[in-house]
Write a protein that binds this ligand. Structure first.
Ligand code: PEP
Length: 255
């Protein structure tokens, strides 16, 4: 039985004070709802990680970073290592987000190095994949996602998959208010399971947590999260307000 994972990706939002406020609201809200069937993760900006970690200590909230570099240390100005985010309390790291791929031109090869480093460092990597609008319109979505997964997981052996989560995020649905229909999303999640089964085995595919991301919110979460192959959400906009994030967590628990 796969546990649901509800992950908030705050992107480049919330300074220290705003982060502290949002985390306080989430902690207070969690005391009033049932969420024992779901894991909850928040991924603030790098500067807020350390303070957030102190704030969430003793709560079941998990902490994640939005990116990292694959080298251990050295002359890589502006980058952050796996050990650094771990020392700030992170258990998870988002890798290959479409904004990293499209705005910062991260290649599948670079993302693969990061995935390997994250997993070897005992972080859980959330590998994001998804097609852009033109690719969906020309029916290439399966081809694109397959290639991103095969390249992203090159050299990752099956015993390491315990530290991997995949997030399917159709790029045309991120931050646009347009979400994939629950059927479209579930179909892709099933396809991703087939890819994992082909690359590894059926057991690995059955156990892999696959999140949906792309304008998931408190209104559409029930339909999306109740699909057979959707194991949670990677949530941008709706994770920036405690009410909507808490509602999604609560809904995930009741499915
Ligand atoms: C995301 O940041 O991964 C995301 C899916 O954003 P949004 O929920 O705002 O579409």
């Amino acid at each position: 039985m796969r546990r649901k994972l509800i992950a908030g990706n705050w992107k480049m939002n919330k300074d220290l004070q705003e982060s502290e406020k949002l985390v306080s609201e989430i902690i207070a809200g969690l005391k009033k709802i049932e969420y024992d069937k779901s894991d909850v993760l928040i991924c603030p900006s790098f500067v807020s990680l350390s303070d957030t970690y102190k704030q969430i200590s003793g709560t079941p909230l998990n902490l994640g970073a939005q990116n990292m570099y694959f080298e251990n240390e050295g002359a890589f100005t502006g980058e952050i290592s796996a050990n650094m985010i771990k020392s700030a309390g992170c258990k998870y790291v988002i890798l290959g987000h479409s904004e990293r791929r499209n705005i910062f031109h991260e290649s599948d090869e670079l993302i693969n190095k990061k995935v390997i480093k994250a997993i070897d460092s005992k972080l859980t990597a959330i590998l994001c994949v998804g097609e852009i609008l033109e690719e969906r319109e020309s029916g290439k979505q399966n081809e694109v996602v397959k290639s991103q997964i095969e390249k992203g997981l090159a050299g990752v052996s099956s015993d390491k998959l315990i530290n991997l989560v995949i997030a399917y995020e159709p790029v045309w649905a991120i931050g646009t208010g347009k979400n994939a229909t629950p059927e479209e999303a579930n179909e892709m999640h099933k396809f991703i399971r087939e890819i994992i089964s082909d690359l590894y085995n059926k057991n690995a595919s059955d156990e892999m947590r696959i999140l949906y991301g792309g304008s998931l919110n408190d209104k559409n979460c029930e339909e999306l999260l109740s699909q057979s192959d959707i194991d949670g959400g990677l949530i941008g906009g709706a994770s920036l307000k405690s009410e909507s994030f808490l509602k999604i967590i609560e809904t995930s628990n009741n499915i």
